[in-house]
Design a protein around this ligand. Structure first.
Ligand SMILES: [Zn+2]
Length: 83
């Protein structure tokens, strides 16, 4: 079985949210600066332990054309418009 590791830098992941996303906090922060979006973790406290109960959203790469940003991406493109 394989250990959870960052899909970007390959470092081992330890916190549940990073594991769920497949990327560590450093790389997430790095990519976030480049326009990537990441889900927001939903935490819950269960019997004194903070537990990841889900997340809001998903990992989304930035639009291909960064200059399109001002167009205010209302929808993230039609993925696979054809087919
Ligand atoms: Zn990483």
């Amino acid at each position: 079985m394989k250990k959870p590791q960052c899909s970007r830098c390959g470092r081992a992941l330890s916190d549940p949210f990073s594991i769920a996303v497949g990327m560590g906090p450093d790389c997430r922060g790095d990519l976030a600066k480049k326009g990537w979006k990441f889900p927001k973790p939903k935490w819950n406290v269960i019997r004194g332990h903070v537990v990841l109960v889900g997340m809001d959203g998903k990992v989304e790469p930035p639009p291909v054309n960064i200059s399109d940003r001002k167009k205010k991406a209302r929808k993230v493109k039609d993925e696979n418009a054809e087919s």
